[in-house]
Design a protein around this ligand. Structure first.
Ligand SMILES: *[C@@H]1O[C@H](CO)[C@@H](O)[C@H](O)[C@H]1NC(C)=O
Ligand SMILES: *[C@@H]1O[C@H](CO)[C@@H](O)[C@H](O)[C@H]1NC(C)=O
Length: 155
């Protein structure tokens, strides 16, 4: 009886993982996507089972966001902050113009699915700590197409 139940649990866990491959990923919050919404956020250095995403010093990390927009966005700007104890600290991005070299073709149009990619460096000089990374994609009106809050640990 017990093993039967266990089999059931395992079966459903496996099925769940199969149907929703991202169901076990790092809990990523929407921090106020206004004119769009994201369906998936992935970071190259994270496994789906990690409670926080580990960012190793002296490594390059790739971020992927799948999203849609509800409006036409003529320009897209990436704005990144590290949130430390509730305080947003600007995090310099290598390529703030998300219309270039990020997988997007601007203008973005409603009804399409977009796949944004960015690479960022985790420098040796960064402090070893837990924080949240707030990754925003803003349009020409300053409205958030995407705002994702990602729990990370720099280590
Ligand atoms: C975007 O459009 C969809 C479909 O019309 C709607 O369900 C959704 O609430 C809209 N989202 C925003 C952020 O306006
Ligand atoms: C990360 O990328 C930068 C710039 O592209 C490169 O100079 C550096 O060697 C890379 N570092 C690692 C650890 O791959």
């Amino acid at each position: 009886m017990k093993s039967h139940t266990m089999e059931h649990v395992l079966f459903f866990a496996v099925m769940w993982a199969f149907v929703f491959p991202n169901a076990f990923s790092v809990p990523i919050e929407d921090c106020g996507s206004k004119v769009g919404s994201f369906t998936n956020v992935a970071i190259s250095s994270c496994k789906g089972t990690d409670p926080v995403c580990i960012l190793r010093k002296k490594s390059n990390v790739t971020l992927d966001i799948l999203f849609t927009t509800n409006v036409t966005d003529n320009s897209v700007k990436a704005e990144v902050h590290g949130i430390i104890q509730g305080l947003p600290i600007p995090w310099p991005v290598q390529n703030p113009n998300a219309c270039q070299s990020s997988g997007l073709t601007c203008p973005l149009e409603p009804g399409n699915k977009y796949h944004y990619t960015a690479t960022f460096r985790i420098l040796q000089s960064y402090p070893t700590m837990h924080l949240q990374v707030k990754w925003e994609l803003k349009n020409e009106n300053g409205d958030d197409i995407v705002c994702a809050l990602i729990p990370v640990k720099i280590k």
